[in-house]
Design a protein around this ligand. Structure first.
Ligand SMILES: [Zn+2]
Length: 463
């Protein structure tokens, strides 16, 4: 008779191979057995009859703003929100921390901050900005998942946009390091010119802002980034694609053999420009929310399997930065990481019949695959970390701001009925969230892969 640390009995496991009712056993933080009826005893055991067990979500795109701007969020509150939403690993963006993560010293500061207060596992994006090419090697050495660049103004002075030369040379360098370059793809000239023109004419409302960032700006930047990636051999990732046409450019490039992946975010799938007019600043982001027709095209691309990753792009700020009659001056960024899985369960699974096996692919498996976290993360399989989200799919409830674990409890999803309740979240076998409460101390670990482990990276792989 084996002795396990933890057995979860009778849960409905959502795996790439299908959905089955099984027992799952954990030892030393890893999944060690999955079977219909496991013999053996354990130190702790729960009955998960009627509940679904998902692999913990991996959120490839958040801004927790620590160190330097933790009054906007910080690892302590941000990762509580992740745990409450069933997320067990996240990749933090190099901005809006201060200093931004663009050289080794700032990476080390962020690592120390996250190790002190993160409730879930983490990795970091390094930044590519004009003038930091010489620092990409040291960031790769420390295990960044890749380098993020802005092709348009980032909205924050310490993280300037890349010019074409910096992007091209950065990609050439990154290709040698076998690291992915991620781009915020919007054409700077088009967006800044339209914004200047609107401001000069005193047009500062919501519709004026939306019109200043047209889809053509996104499409042009995606095409240019793909061209540079093809020329340099650099693996490319397009963050937060907001339009179906943007996704089509990515799939066409993949067909030509370019190593490019992409992600979209729940807000582009759930909210439209009409919603921004109703919700206001809480729903401001860039690229902006689009029309219902564009949103439908994005859903079709997701359902067709052309968008491998859905990430939150959680970008929080104090409410004071969300209040200005001039919509151009309002801080752009949506608080949403806590609701990532529930939004896909609500709008995807419940409303459109998106299979649960697709949802786990978009929220964990493909991310682990693309960014080299397999086989420890991304899948309910023997030998993997026991990172689990236990979900009651029979339950739905209206999201209240009091439910949010963010430092600033605002989100465009407040007031929305969300399907699926996250009952329990486990990180490497330890319960960190249970029935609405965080019940652990911060125990997150850095899971980035330094290049010395290059052999395990799925390099050159196209998704
Ligand atoms: Zn972002």
């Amino acid at each position: 008779m084996s002795l396990y640390d933890f057995i979860i009995r009778n849960g409905t496991l959502v795996t790439p191979n299908g959905i089955n009712q099984d027992d799952l056993a954990i030892n030393d933080g890893r999944i060690v057995a999955i079977a219909p009826t496991l013999a053996g005893t354990s130190k702790e055991e729960i009955d998960a009859s009627g509940l679904h067990i998902f692999p913990g979500v991996i959120d490839a795109h958040v801004h927790f703003n620590e160190p330097g701007r933790s009054e906007w969020e910080g690892f302590a509150t941000g990762t509580r929100a992740l745990a409450a939403g069933g997320t067990t690993t996240f990749f933090d963006m190099p901005l809006n921390a201060h200093p931004p993560t663009i050289e080794a010293g700032s990476f080390d500061l962020k690592l120390a901050a996250a190790q002190a207060s993160s409730f879930v596992d983490f990795a970091f994006w390094g930044g590519l900005v004009p003038g930091n090419l010489e620092h990409l090697d040291e960031l790769a050495e420390r295990g960044v998942v890749g380098f993020k660049a802005f092709m348009s103004n980032s909205g924050i002075d310490d993280f300037p946009a890349v010019d074409d030369m910096t992007l091209y040379e950065g990609m050439a360098r990154s290709a040698k390091l076998n690291k992915i370059i991620a781009v915020h793809a919007e054409n700077e000239q088009i967006t800044s010119c339209l914004a200047r023109r609107a401001l000069a004419e005193g047009r500062t409302g919501i519709r004026d802002y939306l019109a200043s960032r047209p889809i053509v700006a996104e499409l042009e930047a995606i095409e240019r980034a793909i061209l540079f990636a093809g020329e340099t051999g650099c693996p490319l990732h397009i963050v937060h694609v907001s339009s179906g046409r943007g996704i089509r450019l990515v799939t066409e490039a993949q067909a030509r053999g370019i190593d490019v992946s992409c992600e979209t975010c729940p807000h582009y799938l759930v909210l439209t420009e009409e919603d921004v007019e109703v919700l206001g600043a809480v729903a401001k982001c860039a690229p902006p929310l689009r029309s219902e027709i564009e949103q439908e095209a994005l859903w079709q691309q997701l359902i067709a399997g052309n968008i491998p990753i859905v990430a939150s792009d959680h970008s929080p700020a104090p409410a004071s930065m969300k209040a200005d009659t001039n919509f151009f001056k309002v801080w752009g960024g949506i608080s949403g990481c806590q609701s990532l899985l529930q939004l896909l369960l609500t709008e995807g699974y419940k409303k459109r019949g998106l299979p649960l096996t697709s949802i786990i692919a978009f929220t964990s498996e493909h991310i682990a695959e693309r960014f080299g976290l397999l086989p420890s993360k991304g899948c309910l399989a023997i030998g993997a970390d026991a990172d689990l989200a236990i979900v009651d799919l029979e339950h739905s409830a209206v999201l209240q701001s009091a439910d949010l674990f963010y430092r600033h409890q605002h989100s465009p999803y407040v007031g929305k009925t969300l399907h699926g309740r996250i009952v329990r979240t486990l990180l490497r076998g330890q319960t960190i969230f249970l029935d609405g409460r965080i019940i652990a101390e911060p125990c997150g670990r850095f899971v980035g892969y330094p290049p010395s482990r290059e052999g395990t990276l799925p390099s050159g792989q196209i998704m």
